[in-house]
Design a protein around this ligand. Structure first.
Ligand code: FAD
Length: 321
């Protein structure tokens, strides 16, 4: 049965995040031939609408109201509630990002809908689709089916492949304003913390360091390798707790969840809480001087050795490619 499904796109530093395109692909599975409508808020939203259409949205609703310039729970909730009501849509897909994780449970409560969070795969289509999500810190997966009611899902970035961009696609771009009032939060200034430029959640390659790097200075060889590979830098909580790097880099159960194509773990033991954030990476390379380190149990390639020898050697080799 064809259904109308909304997709809330997300921008970061004036770039449309890839998860927006992945959400469109997910929405098409749920829509079963029905309409997929993109929704974009914030500064420059209109300039990204075309990209959503090229990636599969049939039309896009945009709003550049001042209240929606930056994500705030109250403003986005009010605007999305109005979009859902006006569009009489049968579902909504958003990214399982920091703002998505904040918005989804509150909005689903407002819409009196169910909510399937953190989907990494979708099997089947329409009302028969099964949404697969990790449970128990990634040790198992559950399949959820939502046969009726409003379908609301969040998708983990970097898991559901986006559709190929097609520049011949066209669709309407509708500019809207919403009634937004009684805001409890107003963002006056955003102070950016530098985390190396590449967004960890969407990085294709991550070079992560643990307590084995021994100091903030010890991250330097990892940064050089990351520079050559075009990778983002990540860390274990051990490294963050020891003040070798910022907590924004922490990967794991209480940090970021990542699924890059290549994850290089250097000087990380592989505690279960760390694995919860990275064990779904496509290829894992572990570098550890302890051959018994648990990280080798999840690694596709293991290098037993001192990271301060191995990482510079890898950097030199990759420079030749
Ligand atoms: P260690 O366990 O100390 O491992 C360091 C490793 O480096 C060792 O295996 C050692 O052999 C190796 N090493 C040392 N020197 C070298 C060298 N020169 N070359 C190569 N290898 C070397 N942790 C997370 O990472 N993320 C989380 O989100 C997280 N959440 C948690 C939540 C809770 C509730 C709790 C209780 C813990 C959490 N932890 C988390 C902490 C987790 O349990 C571990 O303590 C932490 O992951 C250990 O970090 P590490 O592997 O860097 O350090």
């Amino acid at each position: 049965m064809a259904r109308k499904i909304l997709v809330l796109g997300e921008t970061k530093e004036n770039e449309l995040r890839n998860v927006s395109f992945e959400a469109i692909a997910a929405a098409h599975k749920a829509a079963e031939g029905g309409e997929v409508v993109g929704v974009l808020f914030g500064e420059g939203a209109a300039s990204h609408a075309e990209a959503m259409i090229q990636h599969g949205a049939d039309r896009v609703i945009v709003s550049e109201m001042d209240e929606l310039k930056q994500y705030t729970t109250d403003a986005y909730m009010q605007a999305m509630e109005q979009v859902c009501e006006e569009e009489q849509a049968e579902g909504l897909v958003i990214g399982h990002t920091s703002s998505g994780k904040d918005l989804a449970p509150r909005l689903s409560r407002k819409l009196s809908s169910g909510l399937i969070t953190d989907c990494v795969e979708i099997e089947g289509e329409g009302t028969n689709a099964q949404y697969i999500r990790p449970v128990y810190s990634g040790k198992a997966f559950e399949k959820i089916k939502m046969e009726d009611g409003f379908l609301f899902i969040t998708i983990r970035p970097n898991n559901i492949p986006a559709l190929e961009a097609d520049s011949s696609r066209s669709g309407n771009i509708d500019t809207k304003t919403f009634t937004i009032s009684n805001l409890r939060t107003i963002i006056k200034e955003v102070v950016k913390k530098s985390t190396g430029g590449i967004d960890l959640a969407e990085a294709n390659i991550i070079v992560a360091g643990g307590r084995g790097v021994k100091s903030a200075e010890g991250f330097k060889p990892l940064e050089e390798l990351a520079g050559v590979l075009g990778a983002a830098i990540g860390a274990s909580r051990g490294a963050c707790d020891a003040d070798y790097c910022d907590y924004a880099l922490q990967i794991g159960q209480t940090g970021k969840v990542v699924t890059p194509d290549l994850y290089i773990a250097a000087g990380i033991s592989g505690a279960i809480q760390h694995l919860a954030g990275m064990s779904n990476s496509k290829v894992i390379v572990a570098i550890n001087k302890d051959p018994e380190a648990p990280i080798f149990e999840v690694a596709d390639y293991g290098i037993v050795g001192d990271l301060f020898d191995v990482i510079p050697a890898l950097t030199e080799e990759f420079k030749k490619v």
